[in-house]
Write a protein that binds this ligand. Structure first.
Ligand code: HEM
Length: 414
């Protein structure tokens, strides 16, 4: 029998066995040790504290601070000059991204990139493309036989949509994705020089690709709305060239696996709750509300890390300046102080919008509208085209860490 603390550490490290049902562990953590300190890492799991953490804007918690954390400093000392240089370049790339910026840089760069994500611009530029991608993929899925691996589909749809957003040709998407994956797997592994070198190489390839992609669009006057907005801000001196390119890379990191999880685990949960699926089939107008409840219930990113800026007491625990502070969004989204019957999936619930799955405040997910659009288009089309869909296997194998995900998800279409 493992202790609660061992279970939590295993989940934070991405233990596949516990990933199949992490909620009993997250729920116990929130009830028994809502502020848990282990060395220089603090884990927060109540809704109120996770809200405060996500919504804070560099007052109590910062983002850039992690750049100089003890772990990274130690890595820099231990690596060879080659490894140290590689790790330094990886950190430079990471900390140039909007999600890791603090004021005054954050509001400056965020304003520059916000217009293409407004509801109006998304409806104009992306709705038809998303609908078409969904329709085409589902038709192809139906043509492939009566069974399909839904995971593959949930994986490729958001990637194709990102391709449309950034103007990446469809034939390049797998290559771009393989670099992004290599970076995600290796970038913060301060224990391995080889990981730093691999992340650095993949970053260099990705950034060189983005540079050429943007230059090509510029030369042929075929910039997507997002690229045009970034180039405009660069010309006006609002953002640097490096910041504009980093923004493109961030879209690929932030917009792919998060959305893919909402689609795959979202359908999984709907099919595990047949009465909820039947309700959607009977009343497809409920799809947008169902997407909101699935965001809460699935929590595509289970936890996120920040750094404490000042030393203070929270519920009798001392959080010291410089501590890494992890917010467990998945635990906050099941807090019974905020949600009635939190462990029940209920597409008609009225308290679901209090979920924290898309962040809060100044760093609220820039792609929220696009993610909701993709999920609504997909579940709407599934309900219409495959009302009889069912799971082939109830027991799935899981991988990932914060972004926990099933390795495969076989479904029967009819
Ligand atoms: C279901 C899908 C998604 C989920 C669950 C999700 C979740 C989140 C969360 C929790 C944050 C806040 C992170 C923080 O405060 O540290 C965030 C920020 C962000 N997301 Fe998403 N995201 C999703 C889809 C997307 C998509 C499709 C895009 C772009 C195409 C995107 C782009 C971004 C960007 C650029 C930020 C940084 C915003 C800032 O720092 O100001 N996300 N997302």
């Amino acid at each position: 029998m493992s202790t609660l603390q061992e279970d939590v550490l295993a989940l934070l490290a991405g233990d596949g066995r516990r990933l199949s049902d992490p909620y009993p562990i997250w729920n116990r953590l929130r009830e028994e040790i809502p502020v848990w300190k282990q060395g220089d890492v603090v884990v927060l799991s109540r809704h109120a504290q996770v809200r405060e953490l996500l919504g804070d804007n560099n007052i109590l918690y910062g983002r850039q601070g992690t750049k100089t954390s003890a772990r990274y400093e130690r890595a820099k000392q231990e690596f060879s000059p080659h490894g140290r240089a590689a790790f330094g370049r990886v950190l430079d790339q990471e900390f140039r991204q909007l999600v890791r910026m603090d004021p005054p840089d954050h509001p400056r760069v965020r304003r520059a990139v916000q217009p293409p994500f407004s509801a109006r611009n998304l409806a104009r530029e992306m709705q038809d493309k998303v609908d078409e991608r969904v329709e085409r993929s589902l038709v192809a899925m139906a043509e492939g036989g009566s069974e399909a691996d839904f995971k593959k589909f949930a994986y490729s749809l958001p990637l194709q949509v990102l391709g449309d957003l950034l103007g990446i040709p469809i034939d390049d998407l797998d290559m771009v994705h393989s670099w992004a994956q290599k970076i995600a797997e290796n970038k913060f592994n301060a224990d391995s020089e080889q990981a730093a070198i691999e992340a650095d190489e993949a970053y260099q390839r990705l950034m060189a690709y983005i540079d050429v992609l943007v230059a090509r669009q510029q030369a042929s006057a075929s910039e997507t709305g997002l690229v045009a907005a970034l180039l405009d801000s660069e010309r006006n001196g609002v953002v640097s060239h490096e910041e504009a390119m980093a923004m493109m890379a961030l879209m690929i990191f932030a917009g792919h696996e998060t959305t893919s999880n909402l689609l795959a685990i979202g359908l999984l949960e709907l099919l595990r709750h047949p009465e909820q699926w039947a309700r959607l089939v009977a009343e497809p107008d409920r799809v947008p509300a169902a997407v909101e409840e699935l965001l809460r219930f699935v929590t595509p990113a289970h936890f996120l890390p920040y750094v404490a800026k000042e030393t203070r007491q929270v519920e009798g625990v001392t959080i010291e300046a410089g501590d890494t502070v992890i917010g467990v969004l998945a635990a906050a989204n099941r807090d019974p102080g905020v949600f009635e019957r939190p462990d029940e999936l209920d597409i008609e619930r009225s308290d679901g919008r209090a979920h924290v799955s898309l962040g809060l405040g100044p760093h609220f997910c820039l792609g929220a509208g696009l993610a909701r659009m993709e999920a609504s288009a997909l579940f709407g089309a599934m309900v219409r085209m495959f009302p009889e869909v069912s799971l082939v296997e109830a027991d799935l194998r899981w991988a990932g860490r914060s972004l926990r995900t099933p390795l495969a998800m076989p479904i029967r279409l009819r």
